[in-house]
Design a protein around this ligand. Structure first.
Ligand code: PBG
Length: 326
């Protein structure tokens, strides 16, 4: 008997041309931001043990790395500094020392590679002797006094050439505070990509290894969000929007695809997602063991983050992706 089926979805999958024609999601280099780690010194390139293929670069080699990425068609870079302990204090004063490692490197990048779009990180942890994103007093993270430090840091980064400021600290009110400081100093064109829904996640482990920025005591649960919550992300999104954010970010990405979708549905701002260090490390570890096909997994991971609703993805895979899609 000839069984009648009018609709056969497989017809739209029958060859590569048709599959590509009906593809709902597109992922390209233009959607990616490449995070890079900076260290002191000359001619230094040190691999992060828990992130194979990812290095900490001294300023000279960081410039070379950015140049080679630009040639591959990657344009935007999120730069994170790794400081020696002697530069750290309770108030993160090194974060706005214009002669410090980070700000000097930012100036060099904007002088030598003006075509690169540079995103900076605003949070106290790389400069804090407590390893927290805010000022610590008797075991508590102080919100409002921290804003002043964040404002100083954001202004110093804008002065050093940052194009996008990324507050990753999760203090209340920081987007509006930073917007005010930037605008009052004439930096109305500097963007803010807010880490809007940043969860207290164990997926940041390898990043904290890379920067030596793990909290000295306690955890980040009084400021980063509880992984159990999704409606709370909408509260954060509404506040960041009112306060003048240009992009809303969800972090991590893979265990939070529902949150990416939720923000996309509820906001007209571009949504970014941070495919974090632990997510990268898992794929690399399984690939090294021969348990997964790393290239295919990378593609599927990035595609799924875009499909969930991310316009922009910060990912350690950016360079590899760009090399494969040449
Ligand atoms: C810190 C910061 C973290 C990351 C980006 N900025 C770690 C943390 O909050 O402890 C994590 C990035 C990653 O894991 O790739 N302000």
């Amino acid at each position: 008997m000839q069984y009648m089926m009018l609709s056969r979805p497989r017809r739209n999958r029958k060859n590569e041309a048709i599959r590509q024609m009906v593809a709902e999601t597109i992922i390209g280099k233009q959607h990616l931001i490449f995070p890079l780690f900076l260290i002191d010194g000359d001619n230094k390139k040190v691999e992060v043990a828990s992130m194979p293929g990812i290095y900490r670069y001294s300023t000279d080699l960081l410039l070379k790395e950015i140049e080679s990425c630009l040639r591959l068609g990657l344009n935007t870079f999120a730069i994170f500094p790794s400081l020696e302990d002697r530069y750290k204090d309770k108030l993160a004063t090194e974060s706005y020392n214009s002669e410090g490692l980070y700000l000097k490197a930012l100036r060099k990048i904007s002088e030598e590679l003006p075509e690169a779009t540079v995103m900076t990180d605003v949070a106290m942890d790389p400069y804090s002797s407590d390893g927290h994103d805010g000022i610590v007093q008797e075991g508590k993270i102080l919100n409002d006094p921290t804003l002043e430090v964040l404002g100083n840091m954001a202004l110093a980064q804008a002065q050093a050439g940052a194009s996008i400021i990324g507050p990753s600290d999760m203090m209340d009110g920081r987007v509006g505070y930073i917007r005010g400081v930037l605008d009052n100093n004439g930096f109305t064109e500097v963007s803010i990509m807010s880490y809007t829904a940043k969860y207290a996640s164990a997926f940041y482990g390898p990043f904290r290894d890379a920067l030596g920025s793990a909290p000295k005591s306690g955890d980040k649960k009084t400021y980063q969000m509880n992984p159990a919550n999704s409606r709370e992300a909408l509260i954060e999104a509404a506040l960041d929007t009112q306060e003048g954010a240009d992009f809303l970010m969800v972090k991590p990405a893979l265990s939070y695809l529902d949150i990416i979708g939720l923000l996309k549905q509820h906001s007209d701002l571009p949504v970014a997602a941070y495919n974090v260090s632990g997510e990268y490390a898992m794929v690399k570890a399984a690939t090294e063991k021969g348990w997964l096909n790393g290239d295919q997994i990378m593609y599927e991971v990035l595609l799924s983050i875009r499909r969930a609703g991310a316009d922009v993805i910060l990912t350690y895979f950016a360079k590899e992706f760009a090399m494969l899609s040449l």
